[in-house]
Design a protein around this ligand. Sequence first.
Ligand SMILES: Cc1cc2nc3c(=O)[nH]c(=O)nc-3n(C[C@H](O)[C@H](O)[C@H](O)COP(=O)(O)OP(=O)(O)OC[C@H]3O[C@@H](n4cnc5c(N)ncnc54)[C@H](O)[C@@H]3O)c2cc1C
Length: 381
Amino acid sequence: MPVKELAGRLTIKYPGAARAGPASMGENPGVTSTLAPPALCVEHSVNLRGLNSFGLPATAHTLVRIDADADVRRVLDHPVLGPAPKLVLGGGSNLVLSRDPPGVVLHVRVPGARLVAETEQSWTVEFGAGMAWHDAVRWTLAHGMPGLENLALIPGSVGAAPVQNIGAYGLELAERFDSLDAVDLVTGRGVRLDARACAFGYRDSVFKQGGFAGLAGKSLITRVRLRLPRPWRPVLGYLDLERRMAETGNFRPDAQTLFDWVCAIRRAKLPDPAEIGNAGSFFKNPLVSAEQCRDIIGRDPHIVHYLLADGRCKLAAGWLIEACGWRGKSIGRAGVYERQALVLVNRGGASGAEVLTLARAIQESVYGRFGIRLETEPVVL
Ligand SMILES: Cc1cc2nc3c(=O)[nH]c(=O)nc-3n(C[C@H](O)[C@H](O)[C@H](O)COP(=O)(O)OP(=O)(O)OC[C@H]3O[C@@H](n4cnc5c(N)ncnc54)[C@H](O)[C@@H]3O)c2cc1C
């Protein structure tokens, strides 16, 4: 992984620096030492296998480390890098790399965590986009500002959290979101977006939308601000958490207990990407109309479903996949996780194409049996 001198400015890169995941709290962000003025850290022919949680093979022709907004502007101003296509990479935990990304990979490492406002109603905290999401959750708890514990242990970076409006155990990022800063990848202009502009939906936001109004691939998020309501109220409506309360007899858990429960439940259910490559849930839980839901329940009374306030119904995609007999099955070196059919895994040396072949086969059989089209959750390249 040679590091190039760019525009006459010297960059010294220490071994292993760019291979780490999102910047961790307490980690020295200055792994790259630069002689002033600050330079871009540019690498060529970078193997991305260690930079995506599925462990899929792909090579970045050029990878630039983004530590600040100014780095994005330097890339855009550069005569070769500026006009090239760009892929923004965080922790690589929601990506299926089926080919080498064309152009430049922008690896977001912007560090930082701080309290920006405190009122009787809330704390507002700001994180650099490169910080690991789980570290941000831990940081808020350690500083006496609870409210994110249901989202503990979700892999990836803070900057990617708004992209798919991460959610788990009865809470979505949108419910704690204040605003974010991003840089337009064409003009280099900085923008601040509030929740309305982000157009959050179920595992969705303006950053996943294409077309004229969408921002998919058009901006790089550098900082995210979250508002944590005071007084703290636990979010306990999720079945797994209700079970924990019943098992432990603790019906009024504090934030740290809730954090510990969520971590323990997740560790028991989901494969650790460090051991088995995966991208978490591979498909979104499909939303259907009340009428469609009645029809499906009529045919399959055991189907796992959740009624939504607007009358629609959310079906458990994992249940649909399991009902089609996919749990534990494989195609080539890509498989369906034995303990949770919603998670596709790399059984060792799988390619992105193998993962997508398996995904398509699952989609076809679920459609054939239930008439429901499963939508993929990770971003496919
Ligand atoms: C074991 C496991 C469990 C998971 N559990 C959950 C869960 O419970 N809930 C949930 O919602 N998700 C879950 N996920 C998915 C994943 O962790 C989240 O989507 C996470 O937010 C992805 O972060 P990342 O930094 O890895 O993003 P990446 O995979 O690097 O990128 C994902 C997308 O976001 C874009 N992006 C990344 N960073 C930025 C940025 N700074 N600015 C603009 N665009 C950017 C990328 O271009 C890409 O399109 C899980 C994944 C795994 C592997």
